[in-house]
Design a protein around this ligand. Structure first.
Ligand code: NOJ
Length: 575
């Protein structure tokens, strides 16, 4: 592969010192994901909440991030940890009240942190008033038309309308009982039975979501992370699709052709986002943003979501999914930047979130296969030491790249997944719906360790936790790492401070030659400053650093000052 350098996109990339810089903050921002159930618990019931979160926000200011994204805190029966929303305009009592949300927003504003909330438009909860009304209404009614109700096939409609499977396992259709007690129509749910999909061809659904956007924008949020952004519109006629429905695998390779799965990445979704962009733009500067959770391949299809008339960011899941393999990382970085440049967009890097095995564990697994969905006590265990070393190197690489980046709570502590959680406490619907074949995502959702010698490691004062914290979390608690040279927390702090100071997020990328196949070697080129080399060594031969000032290293250099295996460094190059 020939790697070409990546110039900054000019039309919307103001220089770091230009007055427009603050407007397009999202092009290079670092955004920290808070998973509200597991960050800080004010009332001690074992589940995190907004008052708890608000008291801990100064920690994020000190860490050095620009914004916070909150996973859903809306009214919800919690069948999918809040991604099953029953009221888009209110807070679930588990997490507090609207007044608590306003207090959190006010504190974030005081600290200079922007707030991004989660929007879940593909489906609601089955307890949403609209779905309840649909159940009470007759087939063919306007109430049913907001969701995807269909008659079944076969004798008496007893077969589902098509063969789609749910992402969480099992069929994607559930049959309802009609008001007169007879078996009735079926409704589509790409996820859990309790998450019925909306019909996005219905203008009522479109109007409702634009109104929900305004509701939160008026409260002062800086934007939305859009759940399952590639799923809203389904192919006409809902044709059969025999493949397993997976978020990532959005198509099937046939003989010389790529057939897109009928539930993912349909062209019709883009019109929806154009409408949303108009709503956001009407709020003026600084930009309010949309970030797509769209598991779409290839990168050129993903780029369509971040055209200038649609969303601002889209998570770069190809980077997250990349194995710890230098050619694959180089190729992914180069390809992502090229595809994003086609539409004048930045790239949005991410390594961990609440749906995948944390990268400190993922990178400690064998690197010749795709990651599993969760790890249980009887599964092959990650090598914790190798995983953490690679995770620190991977983050150092990521934060040296141009574009925006998302961090997932606890990764700044180098937290591993919980891999020995008893099955009885697991709560992810994917665990239940696959009959335990997939352990699911609970391992990355365990409450944060703040203090080693406190109840629930400082998550609250009662010691209750909705998922058990693994023993290894005690020594990784914030109070054990704060101010300790070489800790993962201090590494993140230096990376974020240096990245901000040198404007690495708004720089452009030049590939460095001569480092061999097992090294990712690039330079961050910014205006009015020396280039900064970003080097990651994935090979066993130590790498001699270029001449210059070593700014940050993810681990120790060897006795000869060289970069060892699984380590990254930033070096300000001598002129
Ligand atoms: C993606 C979310 O990140 C995940 O947690 C959720 O289960 C699905 N979308 C369904 O909303």
């Amino acid at each position: 592969m020939t790697l070409t350098d990546h110039r900054p996109v000019t039309a919307t990339s103001p220089a770091a010192d230009s007055p427009d810089e603050g407007r397009t903050w999202w092009r290079h921002a670092v955004i920290y994901q808070v998973y509200p159930r597991s960050w800080a618990d004010g009332d001690g019931d074992g589940i995190g909440d907004l008052p708890g979160i608000t008291t801990r926000l100064p920690y994020l200011k000190d860490l050095g991030v620009d914004a916070v994204w909150f996973s859903p805190f809306y009214t919800s029966p919690q069948a999918d940890a809040g991604y099953d929303v029953a009221d888009y305009r209110d807070i679930d009592p588990l997490f507090g009240s609207l007044a608590d949300a306003d207090a959190m927003l006010a504190e974030a504003k005081r600290l200079g942190l922007k707030v991004i909330v989660d929007l879940v438009p593909n489906h609601s909860s089955d307890e949403h008033p609209w779905f309840q009304a649909a159940l009470a209404a007759a087939p063919g009614s306007p109430e049913r038309a907001r969701y995807l109700f269909r008659d079944g096939k076969g004798t008496d409609g007893q077969e589902p309308p098509n063969n789609w499977q749910s992402v969480f396992g099992g069929p994607a259709w559930t049959r309802v009982t009609e008001a007169d007690g007879t078996p009735g129509q079926w409704y589509l749910h790409l996820f859990d039975t309790k998450q019925p999909d909306f019909d996005w061809t219905n203008p009522t659904v479109r109007d409702e979501f634009e109104s929900v956007l305004r509701f939160w924008l008026d409260r002062g949020v800086a934007g939305f992370r859009v759940d399952v952004a590639h799923g809203l519109v389904k192919e006409d006629g809902l044709p059969d699709w025999a493949e397993r429905t997976e978020m990532l695998h959005s198509g099937e390779e046939g003989e010389g052709e790529h057939r897109r799965a009928p539930m993912w990445d349909q062209d019709g979704v883009h019109e929806v986002y154009e409408g949303w962009r108009r709503v956001l733009d009407s709020y003026g500067a600084p930009d309010r943003i949309l970030c797509a959770e769209a598991w779409v391949e290839p990168a050129e299809r993903m780029a369509l979501y971040v055209r200038r008339t649609e969303m601002h960011q889209a998570f770069n899941f190809a980077f997250l999914e990349s194995l710890w393999h230098a050619p694959q990382l180089r190729e992914t970085i180069a390809h992502s930047l090229e595809a994003a440049a086609l539409v004048d967009a930045p790239t949005t890097w991410v390594l961990s979130n609440h749906d995948v095995i944390r990268h400190a564990s993922r990178l400690g697994l064998r690197q010749d296969r795709r990651r599993p969905n969760g790890i249980g006590a009887d599964d092959p265990q990650p090598d914790a030491e190798v995983g953490l070393r690679r995770a620190r190197a991977a983050t150092t690489l990521m934060l040296g790249l141009p574009g925006a980046a998302y961090l997932y709570q606890g990764e700044e502590l180098g937290l591993p997944d919980s891999t020995d959680m008893p099955d009885e406490v697991r709560q992810d619907p994917a665990f239940v719906r696959t009959g335990g074949a997939e352990k699911g995502r609970d391992g990355c959702r365990v409450p944060m360790p703040w203090e080693k010698d406190a109840p629930a490691l400082g998550f609250n004062t009662t010691g209750a936790t909705w998922l058990p914290q693994p023993a290894s979390y005690a020594d990784l608690a914030v109070d054990q790492q704060q101010g300790r040279t070489g800790s993962t927390l201090e590494l993140y702090r230096s990376l974020l401070a240096t990245r901000r100071e040198l404007g690495l997020g708004s720089a452009h990328l030049r590939w460095l030659e001569g480092y061999g196949d097992t090294v990712v070697a690039l330079a961050s080129v910014g205006a009015d400053r020396a280039d900064v080399a970003v080097l990651t060594n994935l090979g066993s031969d130590p790498v001699t650093l270029p001449e210059g000032e070593v700014l940050v290293v993810s681990g120790d250099l060897d006795a000869d000052g060289r970069l060892p295996l699984d380590t990254s460094a930033w070096v300000r190059l001598a002129d």
